[in-house]
Write a protein that binds this ligand. Structure first.
Ligand code: NDP
Ligand code: 7N6
Length: 308
């Protein structure tokens, strides 16, 4: 069956402007409709959504507007044969820049100066505290779109970049690639450890008490992937005990991060509200990917980023 319409589920409004996203499809071969939870679907419908809904399984094809599709049950899609695609491939620059932003700030103390600026305070830090990221080691865990976006930028800043992935396939700017079984060797000497793996049963809790103890006590953890990959209680304990120096975090076990979380109160923790990929043109990047797949679907070609 050919596609007759693209249904944009209103849950995308969590992260991108709904109207702007729909307008981005002005040259699409099929009409685009904004739909709510009461919509039903058939084979001639394509769906783009942030959240999963059981009715989507009746559609001809479903696109998750996120790179991480851990909220969707791929087994259900395999069972019904409904193709499921995700948005990997578009976040190398956006998330790469924010990860490098955390590292530069943590090294040169921009976040601390801004804290003091709030009190008009001409704060001069201890001489030993600031350092350059140049020549410091970064270990990037997960070397896909995000990991490579971080690694190439860190390499350009003169950092010594190593990484971790199952396939051990090499990537530009990364001098050594470790297998996840050797995670401890990979992170032990790093000044920065950046987490960029998908959230799966094998990555959940990948950074916990042992890994935080293995890290240098002057090391910083960056998590731009998913909250549950890092054991958050273990992280708070390590920050409290000073067995690591700080963190840059875009993702959390519970989002929004609850007001009572101790993470808010560490000077050396930079918190962003899961907006690591958000820029003023994010909706256009996602729309371009969806439009490409509408074309492929109509031409009988295999879909880009198919995950089920
Ligand atoms: P990719 O699929 O491009 O990359 C994932 C990488 O992780 C691959 O290099 C893969 O390599 C590696 N990997 C997978 N499993 C393991 C494992 N068990 N141990 C070590 N490495 C592993 O995904 P993206 O880079 O596009 O996105 C990664 C995740 O980041 C998403 O799933 C999402 O959760 C999150 N994300 C967060 C955003 C934000 O706003 N903060 C924005 C976009 C994504 P190999 O197969 O060789 O192991
Ligand atoms: C914003 C989602 C992802 O997985 O969580 C991120 O891509 C960002 C649409």
């Amino acid at each position: 069956t050919d596609l007759q319409r693209l249904c944009v589920h209103e849950s995308i409004g969590n992260k991108i402007p709904k109207e702007g996203f729909v307008e981005a499809f002005d040259e699409l071969s099929i009409p685009v409709e904004l739909v709510g939870d009461d919509e039903s679907y058939d084979e001639s419908d394509a769906v783009a959504s942030f959240k999963p809904r059981p009715e989507f399984l009746d559609a001809g094809w479903v696109h998750v507007i996120r790179a991480g599709y851990d909220a969707f049950d791929t087994d259900e899609y395999e069972t019904t044969g409904t193709p499921l695609t995700n948005s990997t491939g578009i976040h190398g620059t956006t998330v790469g820049e924010i990860a490098v932003g955390y590292m530069l700030s943590l090294a040169r103390m921009l976040h601390v100066y801004r804290d003091h600026q709030n009190d008009s305070d001409w704060y001069e830090p201890e001489y030993q505290r600031p350092f350059t990221v140049e020549d410091e080691r970064l270990c990037v865990i997960g070397l896909g779109t995000l990991g490579q976006g971080i690694a190439t930028r860190a390499d350009a800043l003169g950092m010594d970049v190593v990484g971790v992935r199952r396939s051990q396939e090499s990537v530009p700017g990364v001098s050594e690639v470790y297998h996840p079984d050797d995670l401890h060797d990979a992170i032990a000497d790093a000044r920065f450890v950046a987490v960029a793996v998908p959230h799966t049963p094998s990555t959940e809790g990948m950074i916990s008490t042992d890994e935080l103890a293995t890290m240098r006590d002057d090391a910083y953890l960056v998590n731009v992937a998913r909250g549950p990959i890092v054991d958050q209680d273990a992280l708070v304990d390590a920050l409290d005990a000073g067995t690591i120096a700080g963190a840059g975090l875009d993702v959390f076990e519970t989002e929004p991060l609850p007001e009572e979380s101790p993470l808010w109160d560490f000077e050396e923790v930079i918190i962003s509200p899961h907006r690591g990929s958000a820029t003023n043109r994010y909706h256009l990047d996602i729309a371009e990917l969806v439009a490409e797949n509408v074309r492929r679907y109509q031409d009988g070609e295999s879909l880009k980023n198919r995950v089920a």
